[in-house]
Design a protein around this ligand. Structure first.
Ligand SMILES: Cc1cc2nc3c(=O)[nH]c(=O)nc-3n(C[C@H](O)[C@H](O)[C@H](O)COP(=O)(O)OP(=O)(O)OC[C@H]3O[C@@H](n4cnc5c(N)ncnc54)[C@H](O)[C@@H]3O)c2cc1C
Length: 372
């Protein structure tokens, strides 16, 4: 068979792209390896107001909780609290399934139980038992992207996120505990209960902690790989990557839905003519970086800073944030670098003074992204 655009992966990034390109009149085939879209489920589904606005489709039926406060506790027990209408919790399985259906309703051809296996040539791939010819191939196939590997993109590092659904009283907030550096565990609302999650490297004591957590209250266990951070390049030849496959996520929380949906939107906006693919793909990559560079570089610097501190230094950072009121005014789920404003430079320098060496190397990391 033949298609103009072959999208691999029917997650939120792939279905968003398939929907937008079909709407523009391109012939689109989206191949998903799973039998059922959205399952197994692997995400906390915490989306701030900006992320919700980015979605091509939002139904109140899949909003399963509200986040009206958040606490962040350091390893030594110093707690920061923010309040407000911070975020919603969505059921990712339902969101992915309805977005897939939306793409199909616009004319995209959807194939489930159809894993992308390998590239036969620049314009042909094996999907399931068939061969598919295409002009543009898009890998929206998540952190362990087969498309990226087959097309020769460099490999990425990973972390792991895991959670369990537990029966517990309803909550309307989000409790985060910084465990080590920038790794954390959390408790969040979920239908009729809560989710308890943890983020760490595979084999990390934190991940073992949740794996070994008392199972008595847990009804379901889920998780997945999370890219370490954005790839530098999102395309080569006639292959583009979006979403987790491209490492498009917020560096501090590692939330990837908003950044991946943006990736799909920029790619769809840039694609006008199949004969202009290099220009299209350059436009896609440069738009993503231009619009998200501040968040990526500053978020990355904060993450690197935290990762190079001892637990006691993280406690000191939390004490300064509490004393200077750095989080209460300006905290946003979607723009986690927002409190780092220039008018707060004296306060930010106090944070940096906890470890000048760590602050300098974090700044150097941020500059790499700013100047790319
Ligand atoms: C525990 C955990 C909690 C998270 N919490 C949040 C959160 O609260 N907020 C947030 O914004 N983000 C969160 N994330 C990140 C978020 O889940 C991802 O960023 C998001 O799912 C990326 O969407 P995607 O469509 O790019 O990739 P995916 O959702 O991974 O979808 C990729 C799709 O490609 C398919 N696929 C893979 N390989 C192939 C192949 N060879 N052929 C065909 N199909 C293939 C997969 O089956 C899958 O359906 C969390 C992640 C984890 C692990």
């Amino acid at each position: 068979m033949r298609t103009e655009v072959l999208v691999v992966g029917g997650g939120i990034s792939g279905s968003t792209l398939a929907y937008l390109l079909s709407k523009k009149g391109f012939s689109v085939t989206v191949a998903e390896k799973r039998r059922e879209i959205g399952y197994p489920h692997h995400c906390s589904g915490i989306l701030g107001p900006e992320a919700l606005r980015e979605l091509v489709h939002l139904s109140q039926e899949w909003v399963v909780g509200e986040i009206r406060w958040a606490t962040f506790t350091s390893p030594g027990g110093i707690t920061l609290k923010v309040e407000g209408d911070l975020a919603r919790v969505v059921d990712r399985s339902e969101m992915d399934r309805e977005t897939w259906e939306l793409a199909l309703s616009q004319g995209a051809l959807g194939m489930t139980s159809s894993p992308f296996k390998r590239l036969l040539s620049r314009g042909e791939a094996v999907v399931g038992d068939d061969s598919v010819e295409f002009d543009l191939l898009v890998g929206a196939d998540g952190a362990l992207s087969t498309v990226a590997r087959e097309a020769g993109f460099p490999s990425m590092g990973f972390e792991m996120g895991l959670h369990k659904i537990v029966e517990a009283a309803k909550m309307d907030g989000y409790e985060v505990r910084v465990r080590r550096g920038s790794r954390f565990s959390w408790v969040q609302p979920w239908r009729g209960g809560r989710k308890v999650g943890a983020l760490g490297a595979p084999g990390d004591p934190l991940v073992r902690w949740i794996e070994g957590m008392s199972d008595e209250r847990a009804s379901y266990y889920e998780g997945g790989l999370i890219p370490v951070g954005p790839r530098r390049r999102f395309w080569r030849d006639n292959v583009a990557l979006v979403g987790d496959a491209a490492g498009q996520l917020k560096p501090i929380s590692r939330g990837g839905v908003m950044m991946g949906v943006r990736g799909s939107k920029y790619l769809a906006d840039c694609l006008e003519d199949m004969d202009q693919l290099p220009e299209t793909l350059k436009c896609y990559e440069s738009t993503w970086w231009r619009r998200n560079r501040r968040e990526i570089s500053l978020g990355w610097a904060v993450r690197k800073f935290l990762e190079s501190l001892s637990d006691r230094e993280v406690d000191r950072v939390f004490s300064i944030i509490a004393k200077e009121g750095l989080l209460e005014d300006g905290f946003q789920v979607d723009r986690q670098s927002a409190p780092l404003r220039l008018d707060r430079l004296p306060k930010i320098l106090k944070l940096a003074s906890v470890s000048i060496g760590s602050a300098a190397s974090a700044l150097a990391e941020a500059l790499k992204y700013m100047m790319r």
